[in-house]
Design a protein around this ligand. Structure first.
Ligand code: BGC
Ligand code: CA
Length: 405
């Protein structure tokens, strides 16, 4: 009896050894048992490790190990798309755009997060397109711009720009935008000809203000499902798609590649610009910025003309169910109540992860402190890779330090 148990045990040992070896061969040796946490793949997404004031990339974080990347979208290009969409719209408004006939197009701006590259790129893109750019993203520092509508030159004035921080300190806060809009409507009345917001959550927040000046055009950014519907209903004038499906699949695909032992340039190409070994390839175009180790999706303007194409549920057909070996990824979300992340990004991740053989554990923070995420980093050894969305863009070290040992 005892002998047979011993035999069984040694057979099991041999079997697990053989399996272990063949498995590490199969996926390039990236098994959690052998790789130390500090050498595992890390992808930062949506919030690029950078200095909140200068926007300078946090190169220490980005060179944490050879398998560290950022996946986002072309923030600068997106700011330009947003600015041009607004300027183009104004140029077609021959009647009623100047509500008080003072020759000035007055607008208010919801900024979002003054320490976030995306927010700053949009502020700059809008102000450049409207001529109010004074060389800085400072909420209060603008100049008078101008725009020609049907041969008539109008001045353009940013009546006020505001960060939109919630009572709890969280950024991009939609409720703060509702309050600000209601204050602006009272303070500026008919001077407001246009409302611009650096994201859809805040734009929808503005529309919630009971005294919102009816009929005044309003623009957002993100192409969240509710914003697309609002364009269809004529409530929102336009938004910008930062292609959340391309970003969510790219975040997962880069991790998948790295966990499969693919390195260097191929890690940001397989399944992205060329098919991977499972037959997947993202359909939307992306660009790779080598100096920032950043893989970026491109932006597109969404207006009454094309909103139907951006309706919810249009998933990328280039990404299909595969037999990729199962891997575990720990992923953080800086704020569980961020509109864009909760209504667009997380559902996309949840859709694509199983197709790529990725078992995601999502930890959602409170938008105020990094430890709302890092305190819940249990059993880090159990994961094959990590995906990080920081609360503050200069907090990468708070997460990476946890992976040191
Ligand atoms: C989105 C915002 C969002 C932010 C969160 C941005 O790219 O446009 O809507 O609040 O990311 O980090
Ligand atoms: Ca006016």
């Amino acid at each position: 009896m005892k002998k047979s148990i011993k035999l069984l045990l040694s057979a099991l040992l041999i079997a697990s050894f053989v399996l272990g070896v063949s498995c590490s061969k199969k996926d390039g040796g990236a098994t959690s048992a052998k790789v130390e946490n500090k050498n595992k793949p890390v992808v930062f997404y949506n919030r690029q490790p950078s200095d909140p004031t200068s926007g300078k990339i946090d190169t220490a974080a980005m060179s944490w190990n050879d398998s560290t990347y950022y996946v986002g979208f072309d923030a600068k290009g997106g700011g330009t798309v947003q600015g041009e969409m607004i300027a183009e719209y104004l140029k077609t408004q021959t009647k009623n755009i100047d509500r008080n006939n003072d020759g000035i197009i007055g607008y208010v701006l919801c900024i979002g997060d003054v320490g976030h590259n995306d927010s700053n790129a949009r502020t700059e893109g809008i102000r450049r397109a409207l001529g109010t750019w004074n060389g800085t993203t400072d909420p209060t520092n603008t100049k008078i711009g101008s725009i020609v509508i049907e041969g008539k030159t109008y001045k353009v004035k940013e009546l006020e720009g505001k960060a939109m921080t919630g009572n709890d300190g969280s950024t991009w806060n939609a409720n703060a935008a509702t309050d600000a809009m209601s204050g602006w409507a009272t303070k500026f009345g008919k001077q407001i000809d246009l409302v611009v917001s650096n994201n859809d959550g805040m734009a929808m927040g503005c529309l919630q203000a009971s005294n919102y000046p009816q009929g005044v055009p309003i623009f957002g950014y993100d192409a969240n499902a509710d914003a697309i519907e609002a364009i269809g209903q004529g409530k929102l004038t336009g938004t910008v798609s930062q292609n959340v499906d391309a970003q969510a699949t790219a975040t997962l695909q880069v991790l998948r590649n790295l966990m499969d032992g693919i390195s260097g340039k191929e890690a940001v190409e397989k399944g992205i610009t060329t098919p991977d070994k499972y037959g997947n390839k993202i359909s939307a175009p992306t660009v790779y910025k080598e100096d920032e180790k950043a893989l970026l999706a491109l932006n597109a303007a969404v207006t009454a003309k094309n909103w139907q194409e951006y309706k919810a549920g249009n998933r990328d057909k280039g990404v299909k169910q595969t037999d990729a070996p199962k891997k575990k990824v720990l992923l953080t979300v800086y704020n569980s109540s961020d509109n864009f992340l909760s209504s667009s990004y997380v559902p996309a991740l949840e859709y694509y992860a199983p197709l790529l053989g990725i078992d995601l554990n999502i930890v959602q923070g409170d938008g105020q402190n990094e430890n709302s995420c890092t305190d819940r980093f249990d059993n880090l050894n159990a994961y094959d890779a990590y995906a990080i969305n920081m609360v503050k863009t200069n907090s990468a070290a708070d997460y990476l330090n946890k992976l040191k040992y």
